[in-house]
Ligand binder design. Structure first.
Ligand code: COA
Ligand code: AMP
Length: 572
């Protein structure tokens, strides 16, 4: 985004980490204390995370595309002693000023959240600095450069292998995100194995993971994985398209000498839309590239074929979750390349005992029959220790549906060769551009509007982002409302409460929502209708005529216009 390039050697990174760890320690941060990291894709993000690890503090990184209230929920739950941030991040066409967002989040979280200091990295490209908040009576706002230069380096501290390294929040089915707790030792073992055996990356190699440190992919394969095996890692602040063109990934891969590119299928679809013949790839000639790995959402066979045919390197889909920390199923290229099957995430990795269960929890052995994807316990190294502050929620969310198994929340089947096909979620989690969102939390926001009586948010097919959230609302006062204006208000409300990352734009006002006699909203039927798929009206429906009325109402969906220059470029 800034047109600049900075390199750090391992020695330089170690020195910066040790000094920043010293600065945190000087502010009273010690073993087990939480530090909230709210940083864009700049080197300070890696420095802050590793500085926490060095002194046994637990980092919790929050993605920059969330609104203040989402940030506040994470602050209130993690109760960090310190927050490490920057003046802001850069999105195409706009600077995202973090400090006002953070200030508001701290106000929402309230004095009981325990934050004692905020360290601010001052980026020239974005206005705002610690001194703007010098009169805060409760929290010390500190300038990163000053605290780092004044600190004495901290020595690394040994911790037990099950000491929490980080808490990373992810969407569940309810409005409150789950703080996934990761251990230190098992995670290091799992990542070291994955780096070599899945990605084929070792000392001296370069890995370019085009994600964000705010997601698990960033934690595992921008920060910890590559550095654990002595590889070079790339932090890229930019997009696959529009910054400035669809050759961005190939330009960065070429300049860095990347052997592996890891990104989300949405990114490839965005590139395909603008450079269907992949002319930019040849232009930048990243001859170092040996493989492209994709995860975060289903890789549609069409995109996989398109990329495989043109890139001339294996295009590997692999499946995992924030909870597991590394791939459950993959094609272990570093050991041997298995045949690639379009639409499949290949085979289970060591330690993962993947089973398909029917609704009653019985194992389905028949190849090709779809069911719930579950993992027989125990889970392998690297998988979550639990949910921060809530052992019961861990048991309820993952372990109680099928005793003896971890329920992944995904559905799919295994074929006769043992290849897994992940087809979608079994719960109300949706996946927008590789970002996991809870429809429940979107619904909570829509019902905040005074005119809304009832609502349902479902994930519908989107050619670019895989899925997008579509909202359906019934009104308290019938037709007396300006529908266009209401839709715009609802879109703004989601942006304000969840953040731009929700990419929420579609609102349909309906007279009634299709429901069962017991009042359960028929989301699956709704989704099928919206996606134009064949659907059967369930026998339990309250009033079958509502389904037809619902289908007719779709013609009146109001889509808010794209707000960013990039969205406009990428066609929506
Ligand atoms: N900070 C603040 N805002 C952010 C943000 C961040 N770190 N990341 C995204 N946003 C904003 C965007 O600016 C956009 O805002 P807008 O509504 O004003 O346009 C909104 O969130 C939606 O962003 P996104 O879903 O990224 O859509 P886009 O249209 O801006 O970009 C793609 C489209 C395809 C380029 C983009 O979705 C992409 O790069 N996808 C790959 C996803 C990925 O790497 N996922 C990681 C999982 S492994
Ligand atoms: P997250 O925790 O944000 O990484 O999201 C994890 C969820 O994304 C999984 O439970 C799946 O629903 C989905 N997912 C991740 N990778 C894949 C993949 N390769 N194929 C299909 N779905 C995927």
């Amino acid at each position: 985004m800034t047109g600049t390039r900075v390199s750090l050697t391992y020695g330089e990174l170690r020195d910066r980490v040790a000094r920043f760890a010293g600065a945190l320690r000087d502010r009273g941060v010690g073993v087990g204390d939480r530090v909230l990291v709210y940083l864009p894709m700049i080197p300070e993000a890696v420095v802050a995370m590793l500085a926490c690890a060095r002194i046994g503090a637990i980092h919790s990184v929050v993605f920059g595309g969330f609104a203040s209230s989402e940030l506040a929920v994470r602050i209130a739950d993690a109760k960090p002693k310190a927050v490490v941030t920057a003046s802001g991040g850069l999105e195409p066409g706009r600077a995202v000023e973090y400090l006002p967002l953070l200030r508001r989040a701290l106000d929402i979280a309230g004095a009981g959240c325990g934050v004692e200091c905020v360290v601010v990295a001052d980026r020239a490209a974005v206005p705002g600095s610690a001194s703007d908040y010098a009169d805060d009576p409760e929290i010390a706002w500190l300038d990163w450069a000053l605290v780092e230069s004044a600190a004495t380096p901290a020595e690394p501290l040994a911790v037990p292998s099950d000491h929490p390294l980080y808490v990373l929040y992810t969407s569940g089915t309810t409005g409150s995100p789950k703080g996934v707790v990761r251990d230190s030792g098992g995670y290091a073992v799992a990542l070291s194995w994955a780096m070599r055996s899945i990605y084929g990356i070792g000392p001296g190699d370069t890995m370019f993971t085009a994600s964000d440190v705010g997601w698990v992919v960033g934690h595992s394969f921008i920060v910890y994985g590559p550095l654990l095996v002595g590889a070079t890692t790339v932090l890229y602040e930019g997009k696959p398209v529009g910054t400035p063109d669809p050759g961005a990934f190939w330009r960065v891969a070429s300049a860095a000498g990347a052997k592996v590119l890891f990104t989300a299928p949405t990114a490839l679809r965005a590139i395909r839309r603008e450079d269907p013949a992949l002319e930019r790839f040849a232009e930048h000639d990243p001859s170092s590239l040996r493989a492209v790995f994709l995860a975060g959402e289903r890789l549609d066979p069409e995109t996989q074929r398109w990329a495989g045919d043109r890139l001339g390197v294996p295009v590997i889909d692999h499946w995992w979750q924030t909870e597991t920390g590394w791939a459950i199923c993959a094609n272990p290229l570093g050991i041997e390349r298995l045949p690639v099957k379009a639409g499949s995430t290949a085979v289970p990795m060591p330690g993962y005992d993947v089973r398909i269960l029917d609704a009653a929890g019985r194992e389905i052995d028949e190849p090709g029959r779809e069911g719930n994807i579950a993992l027989r316990l125990p889970l392998p190294p690297g998988a979550l220790l639990g949910i921060w502050g809530s052992p019961q929620r861990f048991a309820d969310s993952y372990l109680s549906a099928f005793p003896g198994y971890y329920a992944t929340g995904d559905a799919g089947h295994v074929d006769e060769d043992g290849y897994l096909f992940v087809m979608g979620r079994t719960d109300d989690v949706i996946n927008v551009a590789g970002h996991r969102l809870s429809t429940g939390s979107l619904e909570e926001v829509l019902t905040l509007h005074a005119a809304v009586a009832e609502c349902a948010v479902i994930g519908v097919h989107d050619d670019l982002k895989g899925q997008r959230a579509a909202g359906f609302v019934t009104l308290k006062h019938g037709d007396a409302v300006d529908r266009q204006a209401l839709a715009a208000e609802l879109v703004a409300l989601v942006r304000e409460h969840i953040g731009p990352v929700a990419a929420f734009r579609d609102v349909t006002i309906v007279d009634r929502l299709p429901k069962t006699r017991s009042g359960k909203i028929l989301r699956k039927t709704m989704r099928q209708i919206v996606d134009g798929e064949p659907y059967a009206v369930p026998a339990t429906i309250e009033d079958p005529s509502v389904v037809d009325a619902f289908a007719e109402a779709l013609g009146a969906t109001v889509s808010a216009p794209a707000t960013s220059a990039l969205t406009a470029i990428s066609g929506r």
